[in-house]
Design a binder for this molecule. Structure first.
Ligand code: C5P
Length: 208
């Protein structure tokens, strides 16, 4: 069986770190699909183009090379914000989902994380996880991450931004963030990353 693992959840839920650990443990390739939306947003911002034109954004999405995305240059707050704006556009999603499905069809299986992997990109994935944590816990984690990198941060502002992003991602009409019907829910509010990884492994090992 090709092991495709679909991992969804809101911003700063810990799904990225968890996905990397799972991919390493099972020897699978990993795609952070958020980076593809960020790559579109960055390309538009770099060229000084509007984020409001679906034609331009969809053309830009078609040109994204999943293999060339660099996490370091895409992990900027403003790019995440812009990404969630262009992610509401159906034709942007269509172009990126096509590329993501190709990645998911890799011979050895794959781990994909994002917002719509279990519901839209890989609805037949044998393992689906929905990783969540309260907005307050997610804001605190992000706050400490930023401090650990030696930068300054405002926890209340981070919490406010997380709530806006959740609303946009959960409220859009095309592929809103929600757990697939057959997803395993993993609330990591009170878990360390190690505990979340153990819980995920217990779920995956039943199928793998
Ligand atoms: O996960 P990350 O913060 O990098 O995602 C940036 C934005 O891209 C999200 O807020 C969301 O709007 C969008 N996204 C999406 N579908 C995905 C992955 C990300 O709509 N599968």
């Amino acid at each position: 069986m090709r092991l495709v693992i679909a991992i969804d959840g809101p911003a700063a839920s810990g799904k990225g770190t968890l996905s990397q650990k799972i991919a390493a443990h099972y020897g699978l390739k990993h795609l952070d699909t958020g980076l593809s939306y960020r790559a579109v947003a960055k390309a538009l911002l770099d060229k000084g183009l509007t984020l409001d034109d679906e034609d331009i954004a969809a053309q830009t999405a078609k040109a994204v090379d999943l293999g060339a995305m660099k996490r370091e240059e895409l992990a900027v707050h403003a790019i995440g914000e812009a990404a969630s704006k262009i992610a509401v556009m159906p034709r942007v999603r269509q172009a990126l989902v096509e590329k993501q499905r190709e990645f998911a069809s890799l011979a050895g299986g794959a781990v994909l994380d994002g917002r719509d992997i279990g519901t839209v990109v890989c609805p037949d994935a044998p393992v689906k996880l929905y990783v969540s944590a309260s907005p307050e816990v997610r804001a605190k984690r992000r706050f400490h991450e930023i401090l650990a990198r030696g930068n300054e941060a405002d926890e209340a502002q981070i919490l406010a931004d997380i709530k806006v992003r959740d609303e946009r991602d959960m409220g859009r009409s095309d592929s809103p963030l929600k757990p697939a019907k057959d997803a395993h829910l993993l609330d990591t509010s009170k878990m360390t990353i190690e505990a979340a990884f153990e819980a995920a492994k217990n779920i995956i090992d039943v199928v793998a």
